[in-house]
Design a protein around this ligand. Structure first.
Ligand code: HXC
Ligand code: NAP
Length: 293
């Protein structure tokens, strides 16, 4: 067995309907694929219906499951309500919301227009709020319990990060929303959790975060103690667990899946890994020598 293997048993998500925002590409597509393989009905949504239709067709063929493509810009509450209604019309109910849609690009903050900053906040924070509010109200009104929301954040939701300030600001808000509602709406049978991925190469992220020759200049694997980037199936395994009933007692948690990347950046003396093994005898001797002086 290795980390690219599929983790859960075949029927782990049977009978569940799962909405994945931004499900037509990248990590959203990878998670949707695995949910379908595990027996869920999956609704994939984004702004680009043609892309969604192509993905849904591909995934249905690949998995034999039911995948419904729906156009929905998460920035607009009326479109989110429309997407929820279309989901209910097709599948009768919905059990899980995966807030995965995002917008991001690198930029010195002083170069951003007010609208550029707003655009990221609107997709990431307001979009997650729109979907969460619409689905939460629906579940409360219909008294449907055993539902859950999974939010995709990042590790800089708590560390912050230069050059992606709107994204960091918005993801921090999403994390606060996750933890707040995990408490407030638990009484309605809803769970709220988040995943903070480290670097998982996707076209959407890499085109905007490592444009031009930055891909060659900054090897993301080198920032990770495990010395590699993430594999999409690893993330899909974790997401499938968190939306399944196997995680019924996990609520309000954010699970980091980054090979140790953010901690490597944080630890004050982590830089000492650059010291060769052969130098440690000499360094130890120097420390011991000072003991009683
Ligand atoms: C400065 C920019 C800009 C740039 C756009 N703008 N790109 N400003 N530098 N590179 C400005 C525009 O001029 C405009 O402001 C405003 O932002 C909105 O731009 P639009 O193109 O009109 O917006 P829209 O069509 O809605 O597109 C949104 C987008 C785009 C975010 C700009 O990149 C997008 O569609 N992204 C979706 C997918 C995505 O971003 N995936 C990556 C997720 S990765 P003005 O003032 O001119 O009107 C991720 C990873 C995190 O989150 C962690 C990784 C390790
Ligand atoms: P991606 O393929 O670009 O995914 C972003 C998705 O969001 C796209 O499918 C896009 O579809 C959709 N989207 C953007 N704006 C939208 C809007 N206004 N309404 C609805 N959908 C919208 O990038 P990704 O790498 O897979 O990112 C997926 C998630 O993982 C994001 O939350 C991201 O922040 C997070 N993440 C990724 C990494 C990584 O290393 N890849 C690391 C940490 C966190 P359309 O363009 O068709 O609308």
């Amino acid at each position: 067995m290795n980390y690219k293997d599929k983790m859960l048993r075949d029927d782990a998500l049977k009978g569940k309907t799962i909405v994945v925002t931004g499900g037509g590409s990248g990590l959203g597509k990878a998670m949707s694929t695995y949910f379908l393989e595990l027996g869920a009905n999956v609704v994939i949504t984004s702004r680009n219906l043609e892309k969604l239709k192509t993905t849904a067709e591909e995934l249905e063929k690949q998995t034999g499951g039911n995948c419904l493509p729906l156009k929905c810009d998460v920035r607009h509450y009326d479109q989110v309500e429309g997407m929820l209604n279309a989901t209910l019309e097709r599948f009768g109910k919905v059990d899980v919301l995966l807030n995965n849609a995002a917008g991001n690009f690198i930029s010195p903050t002083e170069r951003l227009s007010a609208n550029a900053f707003d655009t990221i906040i609107d997709i990431v924070l307001k979009g997650t709020k729109n979907c969460t509010l619409a689905f939460g109200k629906h579940w409360i009104d219909t008294k449907q319990s055993n539902t859950n929301v999974l939010n995709i954040v990042t590790t800089y939701a708590w560390t912050g990060s230069a050059y992606v300030v709107p994204s960091a600001t918005a993801k921090a808000g999403v994390l606060a929303m996750t933890r707040s509602l995990a408490v407030e709406w638990a009484k309605y049978g809803m769970r709220f959790n988040a995943i903070a991925p480290g670097p998982f190469p996707t076209k959407g992220a890499w085109d905007r975060l490592l444009p031009g020759n930055l891909k060659d200049k900054f090897d993301m694997a080198k920032k990770v103690p495990l010395n590699r980037v993430g594999d999409h199936q690893e993330l899909a395994n974790l997401a499938a667990y968190l939306v399944s009933d196997f995680s019924a007692y996990v609520n309000g948690e954010v699970i980091t899946i980054d090979g140790g990347e953010w901690l490597k950046g944080a630890g004050q003396f982590n830089i000492l890994e650059q010291i060769p093994e052969s130098m440690w005898d000499q360094l130890e001797a120097a420390i011991r020598e000072k003991k009683n002086k």
